[in-house]
Design a protein around this ligand. Structure first.
Ligand code: TRP
Ligand code: SF4
Length: 402
């Protein structure tokens, strides 16, 4: 079985090349390797843009079209909308009960974003709680991997802590104790006693050796005892470590080093800075934008040599050009052998070429909105099956099954 990957994106407007190179390109690659779930994080958008309801609504399907245009294949991955699955909210609520306020206040993005988005009133309960909502998004699918940018690492770390705490608080229960006892009873008397000794030693001293010895017993049991199940192994591995049953799975962040593409003015590419090249920009728009793009500020005249390291166009060459072109840029720039417009042309051509299949797919889906709705519908139902099962486990673990 393939490991599961989950990621989400806020529907805050037309996607730009920064989204593509920073996230989407990676998602497209991952869908072949993993069981991937990708969702429109519309509730997350509301945590900061709660006053802009129509805007979010308009962006939802547009963003899904951009995803598919970029190469997400609805046959390979599951695409859905967060708010269509109230199970996310239910898990969020249940996790909220035991999550210390300090854990949320300490998340670095909390203070950063408050600073950055000064024009919005973010002294809200929803904004403080949003990394916990993200934790619920991840945990409800028992995802093993979460592709996110470095800026979101702390959210995945919080998710891990929340899962650990949940398993510790609720992963026990009478049924769990009985199942553990039943699994131990399958071992020989000697092995059972030996396992208990290693468990004690590990609990008291944290000795890795004790853990390894205990695990060796379990590996042998799995290989030799008739009627031994994977569930038995899982239970006793947890027992050995002194943990509860794993109800919620701790995910790992998946960081792939991505070349970050700056915006037209050299700052981070962002819609709010007005410095973005959109995935859907026409060839004319791309040409105009790149031709107007900032260059090394020291290169005032055509005859002044420049330094590519100080020029955002060079970052585009790093992403879009082959080695021969980059050599040509480097030599031409540092010797004033080429002009900036000349230097930009291969970038313009490469972007336009890259956009060609995006454009074709976008046109097809824009002309056929029902097809997009259908894709999301299918994805939502697939996601629901998984989310429902997790919520059943979660309610059982907490004892909410009356
Ligand atoms: N918080 C993410 C962002 O702002 C979006 C997001 C929401 C997400 N839930 C998630 C990403 C779960 C990964 C996993 O970009
Ligand atoms: Fe930038 Fe190219 Fe001009 Fe050099 S020649 S400053 S790399 S645009």
């Amino acid at each position: 079985m393939k490991a599961r990957v989950l990621s989400g994106m806020r529907p805050t407007g037309a996607l730009h090349l920064g989204h593509y190179h920073g996230a989407l390109k990676n998602w497209v690659r991952l869908q072949a390797q993993y069981e991937c779930f990708f969702f429109v994080a519309d509730w997350h958008a509301l945590t900061t843009h709660y006053e802009e309801r129509e805007v979010i609504g308009n962006n939802v399907y547009e963003m899904v079209i951009d995803w598919i245009a970029a190469g997400l294949d609805p046959e390979q991955c599951t695409i859905f909308i967060q708010s269509r699955l109230p199970e996310h909210a239910e898990l969020f609520t249940l996790l909220a009960m035991g999550t210390p306020l300090g854990w949320l206040e300490r998340v670095p993005t909390y203070k950063d974003q408050m600073e950055k988005l000064k024009d919005r009133d973010l002294a809200t309960y929803g904004f403080l709680g949003y990394p916990l909502l993200q934790a619920a998004d991840i945990l409800i699918y028992k995802a093993s991997f979460v592709p996110v940018g470095e800026d979101q690492s702390s959210h995945v770390e919080l998710t891990r802590e929340v899962a650990r705490r949940f398993n510790h608080l609720y992963g026990r229960g009478a049924k769990f104790e009985a199942q553990t006892a039943a699994a131990i009873a399958k071992l020989s008397k000697d092995d059972a006693r030996y396992l208990e000794r290693q468990r004690k030693a590990f609990g008291e001293t944290g000795a890795a050796e004790a853990l390894a010895k205990g695990e060796a017993i379990l590996a042998r049991a799995a290989a030799s005892i008739a009627g031994w199940t994977d569930a038995d192994s899982e239970l006793l591995h947890g027992h050995l470590r002194g943990a509860g049953r794993t109800v919620l799975v701790e995910p790992q962040a998946l960081h792939t080093e991505v070349a970050t593409l700056p915006g037209l003015d050299g700052r981070k590419m962002s819609k709010s800075y007005g410095n973005a090249i959109l995935m859907r920009d026409t060839p004319e728009e791309v040409t105009k934008k790149v031709r107007g793009m900032m260059t090394d500020p020291a290169r005032v005249h055509r005859s002044d040599p420049g330094n590519p390291e100080k020029c955002p166009v060079w970052d585009f060459h790093k992403v879009y050009s082959d080695e021969a072109t980059r050599d040509w840029v480097w030599k031409g720039c540092t010797t004033a052998g080429i002009g900036c417009l000349e230097c930009k042309q291969p970038v313009i051509d490469a972007i336009i070429t890259q956009q060609q299949p995006w454009r074709e797919r976008t046109e097809q889906y824009l002309a056929n909105p029902k097809q997009v709705h259908w894709i999301v519908e299918m994805g939502t139902e697939r996601a629901r099956t998984v989310a429902r099962q997790t919520m059943k486990d979660v309610r059982d673990a907490i004892g909410l099954n009356y």
